[in-house]
Ligand binder design. Structure first.
Ligand code: 5GP
Length: 118
């Protein structure tokens, strides 16, 4: 499916709508989720136009993939989640992906309960 350049995260990257930013570099942007599901709920997104993890991992350049991965590590370190954390990414209707721009949810700050596969 073609990437939708009017999705809300594309607009945040372009600065057309605001976000509560926690980190930014040339590859990635991280900001607080507008509807947090945990005391820490940060979204980390690549700046490139990718709808899902698999689109990103199969078509992004090596520098972009490495840069995004390093950015994610910096955001995790910056969040100071001593008790641990959970990363989630949704893709497509079965996962209930709401925003069609690849993003990783970083959740923490409390016991997150048993995971889906627990
Ligand atoms: P998904 O279901 O696509 O994995 O998650 C999308 C997430 O984006 C949701 O947790 C939702 O609360 C968040 N979200 C949707 N619109 C906005 C927005 O305009 N700003 C921010 N900061 N988060 C948003």
């Amino acid at each position: 499916m073609a990437y939708d350049f009017n999705n809300v995260f594309a607009k945040i990257i372009r600065g057309e709508i605001p976000c509560s930013k926690v980190y930014e570099d040339s590859f990635a942007l991280a900001f607080h989720d507008i509807n947090p599901k945990a005391p820490v709920h940060i979204l980390i997104i690549p700046k490139g136009a990718y709808e899902t993890y698999d689109a990103f991992a199969s078509t992004a350049g090596d520098a972009e993939i490495a840069g995004f991965t390093r950015a994610l590590a910096k955001v995790i370190a910056q969040a100071g989640l001593e008790g641990g954390y959970r990363l989630i990414t949704n893709a497509g209707p079965h996962s209930h992906q709401e925003v069609p721009h690849y993003h990783i949810h970083l959740l923490g700050g409390r016991d997150l309960g048993a995971p889906l596969l627990g």
